[in-house]
Design a binder for this molecule. Structure first.
Ligand code: AMP
Length: 111
């Protein structure tokens, strides 16, 4: 998509700190990290959020979550994944992404 920040990052038009890439998924460090490990996991195909996510993309994202958690060394200690969807969840970038957060003890409450 022409005017999408994450499409531009995936295309290499905007720099990022890349941590992972496969055929369907691209992942990079969040510019404003909320935890010691904060990675954004993004499908290469543009879709606004989980409401537009097909089964193939969901499987690719889930597989990447495991690979990145192991790569970042949070698989044993634990991590949290969040995908903000729409206004009430404060989604700020309208390209589906999963936040992977870890590397520290998190709050029990999620919201
Ligand atoms: P959300 O609020 O769930 O839509 O998450 C969007 C995330 O993108 C936020 O956590 C931002 O810090 C992050 N973000 C925005 N611009 C960039 C960028 N250029 N590189 C990396 N992360 C970004």
């Amino acid at each position: 998509m022409n005017d999408c920040l994450f499409c531009k990052i995936i295309a290499g038009e905007i720099p990022c700190n890349k941590v992972y890439e496969d055929d369907a998924v691209f992942a990079f460090r969040d510019i404003n990290p909320q935890a010691p490990v904060h990675v954004l996991i993004v499908p290469k195909k543009h879709m606004a959020n989980m409401l537009e996510c097909d089964a193939e993309t969901a499987a690719a994202l889930a597989s990447a979550v495991g690979a990145i958690a192991r790569q970042e060394g949070v698989d044993a200690s634990g991590f949290r994944i969040i995908s903000n969807c729409g206004h009430d969840a404060c989604q700020s970038v309208n390209h589906l992404h999963v936040h992977l957060l870890g590397g520290a003890q998190m709050a029990e409450k999620m919201a």
